[in-house]
Design a protein around this ligand. Structure first.
Ligand code: 6R9
Length: 571
């Protein structure tokens, strides 16, 4: 595909004069949108829920449109405020205090959101886990955080190794069960008895709010610690990047076990009092299009892995649904293949806006704004208030077009404040005042950032540095290829050779001719040195629950090495 540029469209917030907006920008201006700026009374749960419940115009607005294959429910801001008050009172009864860690291990459901905000209302720290975690993953996280309370469902209880969790005092069970020990608290019973009145705990902006565990390439998962202050950036990006307006219906497909599912699946829309769609259950294209149509979703935030599946399902699937309400699309989690961007233009007549950020950054940093030109394959530009650059290993800035380590000037509102129990790990992210991301990227002359890969994924073949992403993007442009994962395989002659793992679209059979055709396609379409020397067809490509291709795992398999931490691997 040519490096086409997709012209700016109208956005809610006009950032066409990007440089000027940056120069005039101050986070203090954003703070003026919060009542605490005058009252000094801070709590994320107040700003995201109670404030709207107290507003006669918003109290009865639907906060949550929940649906799963077997349940549908609508919850207003007024109801969410009361239910989370009740839940806070339940926790209080069992002695939960400010700063305590309370973890959630359950599928998305209205109860999840009641519990989540109930935790925040006491100033306790929430730790959401993917419901699909197995015992080891649950053990690592609850042990490290020394969580005292867990909220879960009876069917998941067998994956909670209680004998290894001495700090865990209570388990709140959502759903019918036969447990009788007084360690267990029955959600339904307690909620029925709890008062809906609560004196919310006012906290400091720097007080803890959330811990998200994220896996590194080696070692145990890290507990990334976030504070209430993050709301400043969630609010700002909800306006500029999510482009939310008062009457929008917003859907972020991410699970709250992943940072996208909290920062943008909970906080950002609700800080603006916008109706939020939550869909539980597994992904199918028709189901997802059906959800967009049913709730007349206007703004949609999803991930490349899902978008690639939609591309595979074809344009016919799009046409079966009325998606005319959609006006703004975004993507996060992995590089957004240019192929997918052009498909989006065709299929939806909408631009897909890539956004870049990390669990550690807490909120979006580099993005494509509605009111800016998109260069497909680029993550876009830093939001106002964020300074980004490319540094070498010593933390020196590199000139445009040179590949290096993507770095951010430290000190933005949503930045993690530490790694739980591992302050030295936290310190190791910073050099010369820069937060160093571990992503390799370059910046072009016009200030657009281009992602190349995780630094540990970049391939060096015969002295040429090749980002796995560009090879994967070219591979999936081929009609036969559904998904691709590309790694460097050690080679005595070339240092590394490129090995591609691919899955085929329906209707394609494995053959040597087909593989050679795909190889030639990359060779002529990208570069000779970027064409995979080895290719393997698989039934699936290993991915994390947030949809990231686990190149590290492909590599371990290929080389017969230990696979390290795989707790976030999707089944
Ligand atoms: C929000 C989130 C962070 C890593 C990050 C990078 C990759 C995220 C991306 C992207 C290319 C994008 N990543 N967004 N790569 N383009 N738009 O994903 O957090 O799960 O911590 O992952 O994801 O490698 O370093 P997290």
């Amino acid at each position: 595909m040519d490096v086409q540029r997709i012209p700016a469209r109208e956005g809610n917030y006009n950032l066409k004069d990007y440089e000027k907006t940056r120069q005039n920008f101050s986070w203090d201006e954003v703070k003026k949108n919060f009542s605490w700026n005058e009252t000094g009374k801070v709590n994320m749960a107040y700003e995201a829920v109670d404030r709207h419940a107290a507003d006669p115009n918003k109290k009865d607005r639907v906060a949550l449109y929940y649906s799963s294959p077997d349940r549908e429910e609508e919850v207003t801001f007024g109801q969410l405020s009361k239910q989370s008050n009740k839940f806070a009172n339940v926790l209080k009864k069992y002695d939960v205090k400010k700063g305590d860690r309370v973890f959630l291990f359950m599928q998305r459901s209205p109860e999840f959101y009641n519990a989540f905000f109930g935790i925040l209302k006491l100033g306790a720290i929430a730790g959401p886990l993917f419901e699909a975690f197995m015992e080891q993953a649950v053990r690592d996280r609850l042990q490290d955080s020394e969580a005292s309370v867990l909220i879960t469902t009876p069917d998941l209880l067998y994956r909670v190794p209680q004998e290894d969790l001495p700090d865990l005092k209570k388990i709140i069970l959502v759903g019918d069960h036969n447990e009788s020990s007084d360690k267990y608290i029955d959600y339904k019973k307690e909620m029925a008895e709890a008062s809906a009145e609560l004196a919310i705990e006012w906290v400091d902006l720097e007080d803890g709010m959330l811990i998200h565990y994220t896996s590194g390439s080696t070692g145990k998962p890290k507990g990334v610690y976030h504070v209430h202050n993050a709301m400043i950036q969630h609010y700002a990006t909800a306006k500029w990047v999510l482009d939310l307006k008062d009457n929008d219906v917003y859907w972020c497909t991410a699970d709250p076990g992943w940072v996208t599912g909290t920062s943008y699946g909970i906080f950002a829309p609700w800080l603006l009092g916008v109706s939020n769609v939550v869909r539980g259950g597994r992904f199918t294209p028709d189901d997802w299009y059906g959800t967009l149509a049913k709730y007349k979703v206007t703004v949609w935030y999803t991930a490349p892995t899902a978008l690639r599946k939609l591309v595979s399902a074809g344009e016919e699937a799009v046409k079966r649904h009325d998606l005319s309400s959609l006006r703004h699309l975004m993507s996060v989690g992995e590089p957004l293949n240019p192929e997918v961007v052009s498909w989006g233009l065709k299929a939806f007549d909408l631009r897909i806006h890539d956004t870049w950020w990390m669990t550690e950054t807490g909120a979006q940093l580099i993005v494509n704004f509605p009111s800016q030109e998109i260069r497909p394959g680029s993550m876009g530009k830093p939001i106002p208030g964020i300074e980004a650059t490319i540094v070498d290993n010593e933390g020196n800035e590199l000139p445009p077009n040179q590949m290096g380590n993507l770095a951010i000037k430290e000190g933005w509102p949503a930045m993690m404040r530490t790694i739980w129990n591992r302050p030295e790990k936290f310190e190791s992210y910073f050099i010369n005042g820069w937060y160093v991301s571990g992503d390799s990227a370059y910046k072009d002359e016009d200030g657009y950032f281009w992602f190349q890969g995780r630094l540990d994924d970049v391939i060096n073949t015969s002295g040429e540095r090749v980002g796995p992403f560009e090879v994967e993007s070219k591979l999936i442009e081929h009609d036969a290829v559904a998904e691709a994962g590309v790694i460097g395989k050690p080679d005595p002659e070339r240092g590394e050779i490129i090995k591609a793992f691919i899955t085929l679209n329906d209707g394609y059979e494995k053959s040597d001719e087909l593989l050679e055709d795909i190889r030639q396609f990359v060779k002529t379409g990208l570069a000779g040195h970027a064409a995979p020397r080895e290719m393997e067809i698989r039934d699936s490509i290993p991915k994390t629950r947030s949809g990231k291709i686990m190149r590290r795992l492909l590599k371990s398999w290929e080389l017969g090495l230990p696979t390290g931490d795989t707790s976030t691997l999707e089944e």
